[in-house]
Structures are given as structure tokens and as C-alpha cells.
Design a protein around this ligand. Structure first.
Ligand code: ZN
Length: 268
């Protein structure tokens, strides 16, 4: 397997991006592509979302396949009912018989090995965190609202309260819509200019403004105390790359998954 930091490690079309080494030792991080599942178009084929119109039977088969590839039971995977907010929850356990869903949350963190934290996206930024003491991982979902409302900062406040030093935290942003494709109206662009000033990365011209969610989240992370060299990005633009689901490109479509865990047997 070969790969670069920008592209992650891609195991062919049916694979996923693996980026655990960017988070820290004994941590695993996977971003699924859209292939290798059973859903028909427009959800073809590895759609992991139960709330976008696909048949639940397909989604459950797809989730089971992902759990199998992760080497965990589906009940050890924790999803969120994502609401584009900034609520970040600590989780201690999975589900009883099947996967667990934490209501109304856009961020999860845990210190329990083997527990898998998941975010589902189709253009929004999946943002994983890894930290060595206390040892743990987090998964955040940052669309434009979660970005402008600084879910990364909210997560870092929770982690600091637990004794985590921000300068030891590593972050990896997964595939999401890039500034190449993320044209927004003037009102939304203005929100980003107001919050991030000259650093915003908003480019306007011909009545169209483009927003760079990666850059905005990077600024959020830096402001929360992360070191520049500990912030990574893999996977590129979901709207440009047909191997990913993209809401902007397709409208009705599926959701890919981002999964992070502390590997069991790596306790210190
Ligand atoms: Zn693009």
C-alpha cells in the first residue's frame, strides 16, 4: 500500500482512506469511499445513512460490512443524530444489540479502546482528533454551521476539562467539499469573512463567493491551541471526486462514513 498525506492510503475503488498514523500510535481512522456496498442509485453503493431515503435493509448491510472490515461488532460503533450544532458528548459504551446513536450531537469523544466513533457526511467536514493523555479520540461533524459556530473549539474545551493539552492533540480532516466547488451566497460568505477576516479564504468574483471549510476549521483548531504541524487533511474534494457521495453534486445521495478508534490491546 502506498499513499501520500494528501490522498491517504486508498485500497482501490472498494477501499477506504486510512489515516490513523496521522492521529497517533495505536489509533485507527478510516474514511469510506462510496463503493463496496449494496445500495442502488442514487445511494450506490455503500450508503451509511438511515435518514436520506435509502432502504434501511441496505444501510444495515452496508454498516455490517464496515464493522466487519473494522474488525469490530456493529454494537461497538457509535453514530450521532447530526444536527449541525456544536454539542460534543463523551461516550463510554456502544449499543446493546446493534449500533448506538447519540441523539442531537455533532461531536463524540472517548478514552475507551475498541469503541468506534462515527460521523456521516456528503460534503461536510469529518474531523477526527487523537490525544495521548488521557489517551483518546474524537470525531466531529463540521458543516458550514458547525464550522462557523466552532465545533472544534467546543470539542477542545471539553477535552481541556478532562486534562488534555491542546498542543498534544492531532487532527485529521477527511474528504469534504473544497473551495473549488463550495460556492455560497453573499450572506453566508460574509459570515466567514466576519469570523475569520483576511484569513477566511473566501474568494469572491462574478457574484459568486467560495468558502474554504478546511481552512476555516484549521483556523478554529489553531485558535483552540493546536500546533500547525499537528493538523492534517486527507482525501480532497467530495464534489470533484466521484468516488465520494456529494450533496452539492448530486442532491439526493448517500453518506460516507468517518470512523475513529483506539485500537484494543494498545493500553498503556
Ligand atoms: Zn471540488
Amino acid at each position: 500500500m502506498r499513499g501520500t498525506e494528501e490522498k491517504g492510503i486508498r485500497e482501490g475503488k472498494r477501499g477506504w482512506l486510512e489515516a490513523g498514523r496521522l492521529l497517533g500510535e495505536g489509533m485507527a481512522l478510516y474514511f469510506t469511499l462510496r463503493w463496496g456496498g449494496v445500495s442502488p442509485p442514487p445511494f450506490a453503493s455503500l450508503n451509511l445513512s438511515l435518514s436520506d431515503g435509502d432502504h434501511p435493509r441496505n444501510v444495515m448491510e452496508n454498516r455490517a460490512r464496515v464493522a466487519q472490515r473494522l474488525g469490530v461488532e456493529l454494537r461497538d460503533v457509535v453514530f450521532m443524530r447530526q444536527v449541525h450544532g456544536t454539542r460534543v458528548c463523551r461516550v463510554f459504551r456502544g449499543g446493546r444489540h446493534r449500533e448506538r446513536v447519540v441523539p442531537a450531537a455533532d461531536g463524540l469523544f472517548t478514552t475507551r479502546p475498541g469503541l468506534v466513533l462515527a460521523a456521516l457526511t456528503a460534503d461536510c467536514v469529518p474531523l477526527a482528533l487523537g490525544f495521548p493523555f488521557p489517551r483518546g479520540v474524537a470525531m466531529l461533524h463540521a458543516g458550514w454551521r458547525g464550522t462557523i459556530n466552532d465545533i472544534a473549539g467546543a470539542a477542545l474545551r471539553r477535552l481541556r476539562a478532562m486534562g488534555v493539552s491542546p498542543e498534544e492533540v492531532r487532527a485529521v480532516m477527511g474528504p469534504a467539499i473544497g473551495p473549488c466547488c463550495y460556492a455560497v451566497d453573499e450572506g453566508r460568505a460574509l459570515l466567514f469573512v466576519e469570523k475569520y477576516g483576511e484569513e477566511s479564504g473566501v474568494v469572491s468574483g462574478d457574484g459568486v463567493s467560495r468558502v474554504d471549510l478546511f481552512r476555516a476549521n484549521r483556523i478554529n483548531l489553531l485558535r483552540a491551541g493546536l500546533r500547525e504541524e499537528n493538523i492534517h487533511q486527507v482525501g480532497g474534494c467530495t464534489c470533484c471526486d466521484g468516488d465520494f457521495f456529494s450533496f452539492r453534486r448530486e442532491g439526493v445521495t448517500g453518506r460516507q462514513g468517518a470512523f475513529v478508534l483506539l485500537l484494543p490491546g494498545e493500553r498503556r
